[in-house]
Design a protein. Structure first.
Length: 256
């Protein structure tokens, strides 16, 4: 598989940096300065994530696509088929570019969620500062400790949410990035296999079987599908990955 851990670790490190940025905010400072300092740091971390993500994608997505393509050639050889091994022409290059751009858009959505979460934390800090000053008349000693403790607890409870999915699940930026890395690696690999098979006029594929398959994937395992949906008697193959973090792949199939 691709060097998944490299980008995942970058996002985990960024998560720690983001949480530290909010925790160390000084509620005694003027509101405009609190906002400037926190958002300045968060925007820098987000910009670093954007750069690191682009650098990773432009290397790993093409590599994974090519691995999938080569796997199709190897699997076909086991069935006695000889595939055209010509290089990656314009169609393949365009497919790789589209996969890379689609992946970046997903990551960019999560990074923008970090900026939104940062603005939300600033708003909460300001509210807590104002409330404590109204109650205590000043922001020193115990009152200051109360605000800092509440901010720390807020960070621990909510984290930096990248997005909320349709099911209402809150995805922290590091968990969201980990899911995206694995999903887009499998997608690139699957597209490389699919396109190499179709370019050699192989339309039928079998979905790989895994001992640890989840209930979502089990109905697909070992079944034969048509990549185009045009082979009579066969359903159209599901797109890979079947779900986030799915590890299934296409294997060429020849009718008896």
């Amino acid at each position: 598989m691709a060097n998944e851990s490299k980008l995942i670790n970058i996002y985990r490190r960024a998560t720690r940096q983001l949480e530290t940025t909010v925790r160390r905010a000084d509620p005694r400072k003027p509101i405009i300065l609190i906002r400037k300092v926190i958002m300045g740091d968060i925007n820098k971390i987000a910009a670093d994530l954007e750069r690191e993500t682009k650098n990773w994608l432009v290397v790993e997505i093409p590599q994974e696509y090519k691995k999938g393509s080569q796997q199709a050639v190897d699997d076909a050889g086991k069935l006695g088929l000889t595939f055209d091994k010509t290089g990656f022409g314009q169609v393949h290059k365009e497919a790789i570019q589209a996969l890379t751009e689609d992946a970046y858009l997903d990551f960019a959505s999560g990074i923008e969620g970090v900026r939104r979460a940062g603005r939300g934390f600033v708003s909460d800090i300001v509210k807590k500062k104002i409330n404590e000053r109204i109650v205590s008349g000043q922001l020193e000693g115990k009152a200051l400790d109360n605000v800092k403790r509440e901010v720390k607890q807020l960070v621990e409870d909510t984290g930096f949410t990248a997005l909320v999915d349709r099911g209402g699940k809150h995805w922290a930026i590091d968990s969201y990035a980990e899911m995206l890395v694995r999903t887009h690696v499998i997608k690139a690999n699957g597209e490389g296999t699919r396109n190499r098979l179709l370019s050699n006029r192989v339309d039928l594929v079998e979905i790989s079987t895994h001992a640890t398959a989840c209930p979502i994937c089990q109905p697909y395992e070992g079944r034969v599908y048509s990549l185009t949906g045009k082979s009579e008697g066969y359903d159209k193959a599901p797109e890979l990955p079947i779900h986030p973090n799915c590890r299934h792949s296409y294997m060429p199939y020849i009718e008896d």
